[in-house]
Write a protein that binds this ligand. Structure first.
Ligand code: IPD
Ligand code: CA
Ligand code: CA
Length: 273
């Protein structure tokens, strides 16, 4: 294969391509939304679905990325990657979730997104999350800040857990994790203003970046759920780590993200549960 590390595009150029591709993917999803009841969908594993819309959005996104940057590596939820794990650590890698929140979409619940994170040599360089139903576009580049519809965003300044709204995701495909998770959830519910499970991790991370949630945690997510969102959080002044407190890798991992004060509090609470 070609050497993907020579003359890499700038984060700004990567954002431009990711944004064009994400907008095209979002248009596919938006067009399909009115006929949601007649959409074909399959079960990947219990409670994990893929529909013709996920596949169509991904095909549209891939076409645009490949035409603009033929040398870029790709890791996409529905079609995987042509590169080895080692190759994915070098050069440019587009990490694509064509439809985050598929279950919500299939039920007409308006909380779903397109998420595209772009890595350079394994580190997040650019990211786009589009809230398709609300038409809100979150963007970030490494060192360039985070934005919602072009306006700068920051994490929340609230540092009192009792005033904090916390996002989470349930371990819905892993029954063995339900009991330990339920103990975590009970602890967080008792110490905060509330907990929300909206069902699209990329939007949960965007909610942290834009100060709507003080923090968010989920015990297992995939690279495409978080590649864009962790950059949004960091560029908005927040912290995103794995469950042990190490900087969150773009990998299959648990995640804790928040403003600095509530991230620290949440880490402490999760350790004691
Ligand atoms: C899912 C959503 C959900 C999270 C799951 C993800 P999908 O993504 O982000 O909120 O709890 O772990 O798999 O399957 O709708 O793209
Ligand atoms: Ca997802
Ligand atoms: Ca998805």
């Amino acid at each position: 294969m070609r050497d993907r590390s020579n003359s890499l595009p700038s984060p700004g150029r990567l954002l431009e391509v990711a944004l064009e591709a994400a907008n095209a993917g979002a248009a596919v999803i938006r067009d399909a939304a009115p006929r949601v009841r007649s959409i074909e969908w399959q079960t990947k594993k219990p409670a994990d679905f893929v529909s013709e819309v996920d596949l169509a959005a991904e095909a549209t996104i891939l076409k645009i990325v490949r035409a603009a940057l033929p040398d870029a590596g790709i890791l996409a939820e529905e079609s995987g990657s042509a590169q080895s794990a080692e190759e994915r650590e070098r050069g440019v890698l587009f990490v694509i979730d064509p439809l985050d929140g598929t279950t919500n979409f299939l039920h007409g619940y308006p909380e779903y997104a397109v998420s595209i994170g772009v890595l350079i040599n394994g580190s997040p360089a650019a990211g786009v999350v589009i809230d398709v139903a609300l038409n809100e576009t979150f963007t970030a580049t490494a060192g360039g800040g985070a934005f919602s519809n072009g306006q700068p965003i920051r994490v929340s300044p609230i540092d009192n857990p009792r005033r904090s709204l916390i996002g989470t995701g349930f371990p819905f495909t892993r029954v063995e994790e339900v009991d330990p998770y339920a103990r975590q959830l009970a602890g967080i519910m008792k110490g905060t203003a509330g907990v929300r499970r909206a069902g699209a991790a990329a939007l949960d991370l965007a909610a942290v970046a834009s100060g709507r949630f003080e923090a968010f945690w989920e015990t297992v997510l995939s690279p495409w759920d978080i590649a864009a969102g962790i950059l949004l959080v960091r560029e908005a002044g927040g912290i995103a780590t794995d469950l042990a407190g190490a900087p969150c890798p773009v990998a299959r991992t648990g995640i804790v993200a928040g403003n600095p004060a509530i991230h620290e509090w949440l880490m402490g609470e999760l350790r004691t549960e």
